[in-house]
Design a protein around this ligand. Structure first.
Ligand SMILES: NC(=O)C1=CN([C@@H]2O[C@H](COP(=O)(O)OP(=O)(O)OC[C@H]3O[C@@H](n4cnc5c(N)ncnc54)[C@H](OP(=O)(O)O)[C@@H]3O)[C@@H](O)[C@H]2O)C=CC1
Ligand SMILES: CC(=O)C(=O)O
Ligand SMILES: [Mg+2]
Length: 420
């Protein structure tokens, strides 16, 4: 990043007010009557209604459209464990994206916790405030137990975005990239760099979408995760394959897909050059990918290249998922976000990329044309059709699988934020 860009980023966050989100009022609060309705004595009426029936919280408070973005700061993007306070710009950023793209009100919460159990207890005790909980940037393996326990203990959707948001968008991108490169998911060989929250969840959803687990060669800092290793936690163990591949070089040699969910500049052009013809390279670490697109272009002009960033073609980033997934889940009062809802979201994303690109998107990116192909495998974040396409797919899948407490809302499919 240039020095100018770094300064621009700091200025953006500092001015005109520090931070990226604020709270706004949804009711008049001017006259004495307004105040007597909003506060004492009027506020006692909804209090009594909710005490009599907790369901009324959805009718009389902001709970139903409010999502908490919660982190302990242990895996902030690819920057590592920098603590909860340093994670706040990212969490405010997620709240910004929730509101901007899906009209979901969202607040960030950064938790100082001495243990996963302390984090779980903190989140569980405040969960009733919200309609959903988006866990963010919590490192593996702790994130798995944290999410599993909170899903069990809360009756609202709890969703670790780095796992499932990333997996949904990655599956969409991989399905389309394979189609463009003329490959089949069941035959594709994939080298994964990283064996944490994002890598494990992406690999699981790709298997659900048809990938053969024996064709996945996942690497952590010690190399390929294989059946001879005795240092694996249970989550990595699930990906141990019987293979003589040992290094990242071995995993990449002949692979159809590289999926990077690790850290900056982890692979070289020489390594990418050994992949199969018409390779697919997803270098998704943020903010600096495992390899820069210009290097891949030079060594492998036949490859499809994606990153997690907005400033290159093919942004494979969970921003395309979490706002719309929660929109759909909240609108049908889904108790949880299940595998069917995730796959439905991935397919809706993949299908939208095959539709003609709208003028709104062309204008936002300052180009005359854009069409399904190597440089456009997945919709752009500013495509307003994402709202209707993904939230409807998620809501319908929730209804079909029996986790929704309500029907598809009358205003579905949503056409714009004005419909919310
Ligand atoms: N584009 C997107 O939408 C998203 C991108 N990401 C990116 O994915 C990355 C990982 O995030 P997340 O899964 O949440 O973090 P975790 O902390 O859960 O996992 C990090 C993983 O990266 C591995 N790793 C780190 N350094 C190396 C190395 N030198 N060689 C091999 N493996 C290494 C770790 O290995 P070990 O297990 O041995 O410690 C670990 O398995 C980040 O860069 C993040 O920005 C995450 C979510 C979404
Ligand atoms: C995009 C995102 O959530 C991450 O890099 O952690
Ligand atoms: Mg994240």
């Amino acid at each position: 990043m240039s020095e100018d860009f770094k300064q621009a980023a700091l200025d953006y966050h500092a001015n005109p007010k520090p931070g990226k989100i604020s709270v706004e009022l949804t009711k008049p609060a001017n006259s004495s009557r307004d105040l007597s309705l909003a506060y004492s004595p009027g506020v006692a009426e909804p209090v009594k209604e909710i005490a009599a029936d907790p369901e009324n919280a959805y009718k009389y408070t902001s709970k139903g459209n409010l999502v908490a973005v919660i982190s302990d700061g242990t895996a902030i993007l690819g920057l590592g464990d920098l603590g909860p306070l340093a994670s706040k710009p990212v969490m405010e950023g997620k709240s910004l994206l929730f509101k901007r793209f899906a009209g979901v009100d969202s607040i960030d919460l950064e938790v100082e916790s001495e243990s996963p159990q302390a984090f779980i207890d903190t989140v569980r005790r405040i969960a009733i405030t919200f309609g959903g909980i988006n866990l963010e940037d919590i490192k593996a393996p702790e994130c798995f137990e944290i999410e599993r326990t909170l899903i069990e203990q809360c009756d609202i959707p709890v969703f670790h975005d780095d796992q499932h948001g990333t997996a949904i968008v990655t599956v969409a991108g991989v399905l389309n990239a394979l189609e463009i490169q003329g490959k089949k998911i069941e035959d594709a060989k994939m080298a994964v760099l990283g064996a944490g929250a994002a890598a494990i969840s992406c690999s699981k959803l790709l298997i659900l979408a048809g990938m053969n687990p024996q064709n996945i060669f996942m690497c952590d800092r010690k190399g390929v995760i294989h059946s001879g290793r005795e240092d694996l936690n249970q989550y990595k163990q699930a990906f141990a394959v019987d293979t003589d591949k040992r290094t990242v070089d071995d995993a990449l040699n002949g692979a159809d897909i590289f999926l990077g969910l690790s850290g900056p500049n982890m692979v070289t052009g020489e390594q990418i050059a050994t992949m199969a013809d018409n390779a697919i390279v997803f270098a998704c670490a943020n903010p600096v990918p495992e390899i820069m697109p210009e290097i891949v272009k030079e060594v492998r002009p036949d490859a499809i290249m994606a990153t997690g960033r907005s400033d290159f073609p093919n942004q494979v980033n969970n921003v395309l998922g979490f706002p719309f997934i929660f929109r759909g889940a909240l609108d049908v009062r889904a108790k949880r976000i299940n595998e069917e809802m995730k796959l439905a979201a991935a397919k809706a994303l993949a299908n939208l990329a095959k539709e003609p690109v709208t003028q709104e998107v062309l204008d936002a990116y300052g180009v005359d044309s854009m069409a399904f192909g190597k440089e456009y495998i997945i919709p752009k974040a500013t495509d307003s059709r994402l709202l209707g396409a993904v939230s409807t797919a998620v809501a319908q899948a929730a209804i079909d699988t029996g986790v929704a407490a309500g029907p598809l809302p009358a205003n579905y499919p949503l056409k714009s934020l004005d419909d919310i």
